[in-house]
Design a protein around this ligand. Structure first.
Ligand code: ATP
Ligand code: MG
Length: 183
């Protein structure tokens, strides 16, 4: 699964539409303190279906919306779109007739989040499952937050096991079993 573009609009410090082209291979993000490097990684995690505000360093999910600055008013919504090369047809049934996948998440103040895959409205779960099955996703160990290495060293064995299960690509199966047991 190759990410090709990330588009942000009103997300945290990215108040104006910003588009990043993600080339194959290793990507480095460099810049001075506070320029938005971590915000970019949070945007990636967010569009993949992250639901914990704490993972976005906020108290509530609406904290991802541009909060305003001395010269700019706050925004009413934030939007992040992730474009994925789907030439290897990793997308779930119903979305697999396209060489490109566009995952979009939008949050509006007081109205919560809405998700789209290639322009079709979907549930958060559909987006989360797509990435869980591709063994990446909002909780993926491939995205290592600042401070996460020391957390990993101090983690309990059960949390370490969860990380290994995600890396093995089986966390989607656990989620489905959990949902089946609730029915
Ligand atoms: P460091 O090198 O210190 O890790 P960084 O490049 O990772 O810095 P970020 O933490 O991504 O920087 O960006 C922090 C900036 O984003 C701060 O200036 C903060 O005010 C701004 N910011 C965060 N959330 C919002 C928001 N909702 N609205 C406006 N600005 C925001
Ligand atoms: Mg940072």
């Amino acid at each position: 699964m190759q990410f090709t573009r990330l588009r942000l609009n009103g997300f945290k410090s990215f108040v104006d539409q910003t588009e990043l082209v993600i080339q194959p291979g290793l990507t480095g993000v460099v810049g001075p303190n506070g320029c938005g490097k971590s915000n970019l990684l949070e945007a990636l995690r967010w569009v993949m279906g992250e639901t914990r505000p704490s993972a976005m360093r906020g108290g509530g999910m609406e904290d991802v919306i541009f909060a305003g600055a001395s010269t700019r008013p706050a925004r009413a919504h934030a939007e992040v779109a992730l474009l994925i090369d789907n030439s290897d047809r990793v997308a779930p049934a119903g979305f697999n007739d396209n060489d490109q996948l566009e995952i979009m998440r939008r949050i509006t103040r007081d109205a919560g989040s809405a998700y789209r895959i290639n322009g079709k409205d979907v549930r958060a779960r559909d987006v989360q499952m797509l990435f869980a099955d591709a063994s990446t996703g909002a909780h993926s160990p491939a995205l290592v937050r600042q401070g996460q290495i020391s957390e990993l060293i101090n983690a309990k064995p059960t949390s370490r096991r969860r990380i290994l299960e995600e890396a093995a690509g089986i966390s989607g199966l656990y989620q489905r079993r959990h949902e089946a047991e609730l029915k």
